[in-house]
Design a protein around this ligand. Sequence first.
Ligand SMILES: [Ca+2]
Length: 262
Amino acid sequence: MSFVTSISRPSSSRQVIRVYIGSFWSHPLLIPDNRKLFEAEEQDLFKDIQSLPRNAALRKLNDLIKRARLAKVHAYIISALKKEMPADQLNSQDLNKFQPLKLKLLEAVDDMLSHDIAGLMVLVRQEENQRPNPVVKGGAFDGTSDGPFGHGYGEGAGEGIDDAEWVVVRDKPAYDEIFYTLSPVNGKVTGANAKREMVKSKLPNTVLGKVWKLADIDKDGMLDDEEFALANHLIKVKLEGHELPAELPAHLVPPSKRKIPE
Ligand SMILES: [Ca+2]
């Protein structure tokens, strides 16, 4: 049993309807693989709900502009119909009840659209900038992002966050085997040699560059066996579809390179 929710966003000229997918099923998920999708969708929905109050005034103003333009269009259509319709047919239609086009009223609408709305827009922007960002609290909004049940906790680059042991150790023997084929000198492989191995992942250079930046912890342009294992671990994280962190999280720093607090 699943549900689909949508919040329309009329803030742009194009109306984009975002559809969210989730589950109201209170029993164990039938297809556990969907959990990730549902969680990501839920986060998006919560984020969008949080931003609703921020654009509420702007949305109302946009609706007003749309309605004013529509009213103008209707007035012109009705007046054209009234003019074109032969007099004898008018008797049988409701058209003769319609008012003729009143240019004064249309001028007032044009004046509002070109002057008043512009002024209101400035006021709305000012008001929204001064207001602190309202944050919806309570109910389902509590406990959605913190703690071990937060989205993506312990996955991807977060894997091993709660372990005492360095998570990379699990696969290090396999990475070591490759490391020693890359002609290390004084326990380190050169950038060129490491690169030759890393490009086999077929990840784009921009991603591998990021991996390199995170893995070469002492920034000497070479990788020792731990840094090399870390680089391969990060490549695995990326290949499994997770994002790379901007900074290396503490639990991924090799134990020998962790700063001992003084
Ligand atoms: Ca290094």
